[in-house]
Structures are given as C-alpha cells and as structure tokens.
Design a binder for this molecule. Sequence first.
Ligand SMILES: N[C@@H](CCC(=O)N[C@@H](CS)C(=O)NCC(=O)O)C(=O)O
Length: 209
Amino acid sequence: MKLYDYAAAPNPRRVAIFLAEKGIELETVQVDLMAGEQKSAEFTAINPAQDVPALLLDDGTCISQVNAICLYLEALYPDNPLFGRTPLERAQVESWNHRIQDNGIGAVGEAFRNLTPGFKGRALPGPDSYEQIPELAQRGLKRTDNFFKQLDAHLANSQFIVGDYFSVADISAYMTVEFAGWIKKGIPEGCDNLQRWFDQISARPSVKR
Ligand SMILES: N[C@@H](CCC(=O)N[C@@H](CS)C(=O)NCC(=O)O)C(=O)O
C-alpha cells in the first residue's frame, strides 16, 4: 500500500494527521503539485482525478478522496476509532464531517482557487480547465467567515466537534482554520469558543509539524 501525498497541501495533511493519531505508518510518494506532477501520464494512470491524497493498494486499486482513504484505514486499523464509537456518534461525525468539507474546506478552497493568480484556468482541481470567477472568491471569503461563526456557536457547548470525543470532524475543522490562513483569514474577533478549541487541537502531537 502506498499513499500519494503532497505534504504542504490541506487535503493530504488531513490524512497525515489521521495517520499520526492512529499511529499508522505508510510508504508515501510525494506528488509535487507546484511542478504539476498530478497531471503527468504516470500519475493520471493511477488516479484519473489528478488529485492527492490517493491510496494505491497492492492489487492496483486506487482509493481517492480523504474520507474514503481514512474510512478504509479505520476498517483495517480499528484501534482508537476516529469515525465514532457508537451508532449515534458515527452519524454525528459523518454529519459534521460532511458539513465541514462542504462549508468549511469547500468555502476556503472556493476563495483560494478563485483569488490566487497561479490558479488561472484551474479554479477547480481535476483534469478539466475552469476559469476563475472573482465573485466566487468573494462568496468564498464570506462563507468562510459565516462558517467560523457557526462553528463558534456550536463549540460554546462542546469540547470537540462531537461532544467530548476527538474525531475526524475535528481534523477537518482544524484544516479549515489552517487553510484559511492561505487566504489571510483568521478566526474572527470574538469567536472565543472556536479559538479555545483551535488552541486545544493545535497542541496535539499529530498536528504539530
Ligand atoms: N475532495 C478531494 C479533494 C482533493 C484535493 O482537492 N486535493 C488537492 C490538494 S489539497 C489537489 O490535489 N489539487 C490538485 C490541483 O490543484 O491540480 C479529497 O477529499 O481528497
């Protein structure tokens, strides 16, 4: 099994934090996104979606998408479960993780890819070319702020994203805040619950680079 990775990028980093939390070590291959290696014929043959992370199994099967990779590894390494310990927790983790992926990471990505000059013609990852839309960049910035405020309200009564239980939803939310730094968005003034939660997650050994 081999993990195709690019350590600096937010989605591969979610898997790296998951692996560190679970104590799993995998062979990794760096795909240099800055050099466009994800577009190479060799990598496209492995992952036609041309993105990382991607997990290549020994039989040649490729699993792409952060959540699919983590779910697969969770099934192989069930100790220290990060997708929920009970049916209810599993549902809550899935609900929050999905929401964070769409409205957190998705919002920051929308702003970042539509704002950054280096992403001209590549406003969405993958094999097809999409032009940047300045209005989407502005919408992404606004969505990011709104999402931070929603998370702040939720965290007023919750130690982690799902109660007192650290899960993949915390990893996704942590990456949202870290990735927002790329568009120069910090935690909004007055979001003390979100700041308290972020400081607590930042202190975990899995997260420290
Ligand atoms: N939904 C995918 C997103 C993966 C993704 O967007 N990866 C970025 C790095 S963070 C990428 O590979 N981008 C390639 C590109 O921009 O061409 C997942 O969850 O794995």
